[in-house]
Design a protein around this ligand. Sequence first.
Ligand code: AMP
Length: 462
Amino acid sequence: MCGVFGIRASDRDVARLTYFALYALQHRGQESAGIAVTDGRHIQAVRELGLVSQVFDESTLETLEGVAAVGHARYSTTGSSRWQNAQPVIRHRPGRTLSLAHNGNLTNTTELRDELEGRGLKFESTSDTEVIAALICEHDGPLVDGVKEAMSRIVGAFAAIVMDEEQLIGFRDPDGIRPLVLGDLDGHPVLASETCALDIVGATFVRDIEPGEIVVLTDRGVESILAAEPHQPALCVFEFIYFARPDSKLDGLHLHRTRELMGERLADEAPVEADIVIPVPDSGAPAAQGFARRSGIPYVDGLVKNRYVGRTFIQPDQAMRENGIKLKFNPMPDVLAGQRVIVVDDSIVRGTTTRKIVEMLRGAGALEVHLRISSPPVISPCFYGIDMATKDEMIAANQSVEEIRQHLGADSLAYLSLEGLEAATGHGDDRYCRACLTGRYPTVVPIAADKERFEATQLPVA
Ligand code: AMP
């Protein structure tokens, strides 16, 4: 995942606006944050491991004066969490410096990197973003031509913003896997991963950047170029299920409402007699509200979430994840004791969090624990930027719903069906990438992937 933001506004404090936008996008990545600005002649950047609020303070922001800015909040899905992998990536070439912020994963990084290294190019990081930056930087001539050239070589998911001393450009992969929206701040163009970042800087939503589109941001607005013939759109459905903020609007849908609808469908598909419906906060809340309303069972808070603990998945290893869960949730025995509880969450990936939650609820006196999940089982890895790890780690990849129920220790377990999800989002494979739920990928993908390096061997497109 990752959050990206870009703005061109010569009469504004672009670094400060980018800082606030990154704050709104913090849920998309908590490993590192960075901002690059250009004053028209030089690029300056600050990027560091940590949260946006840890990386920047008043004095750092004051040093970043410019007319355009690019920002990034990072969550590593390829490349380790080292400082060198923090973004925006900076790349130099005689006479030009580039700064690039990227959300998504390429699926042909290894081939491209081997080719570029074979031509003598050097890389500082292990991230695929640097490969895109190198391809653009290699190109002589206007930045936009470099972007077009790079887009003809890279495969996979990319919603990206690149800036040189003079120009700021956004571009999106032909499948439109990761989101990128265009906003307007009093006549100044703004790009962001999600509309919640537009809201925070006071910009209005203009439109989604189209799959395969390049937009050049100028002081007068944007110039649009269709650089690649768009494929059948394949926006990531997991953005709807879990990732994007509920106050964002994606592909014309209000996410909070869409998640409520998922909960309503789930209540129709898998009703159960119980006394209360509780969400796994915060991600399960909209679907739990929908479930409760539809079933007529009262919605209450049974778990309190410590808001100062990051997403548990963000911690790189299993031992840290297990500890992270205890830090994150605390059950309320006053609410739960003696109750038959329906607990709603948006997804189960590894099952680690969910199992602990069931245990916690029983420990707090719940009589019965009925798990309702507002997405279908996650069965196949994501090659496009969501950290879902390998198939082996996915609890639903090789087990039946009944086996999973037993493993999690719940009295009952039901997932939303693919049809139910389709009804809530209004589309299926015709518009969204649902590869994590179906195993059908919109692009060629590597056969096996780890966080450090994608293998070159390719699976055919399903
Ligand atoms: P688990 O029980 O370990 O499968 O974790 C499921 C929880 O993790 C759910 O509450 C989800 O909201 C959340 N989750 C699902 N996918 C991701 C992801 N890619 N990154 C972080 N958290 C996730």
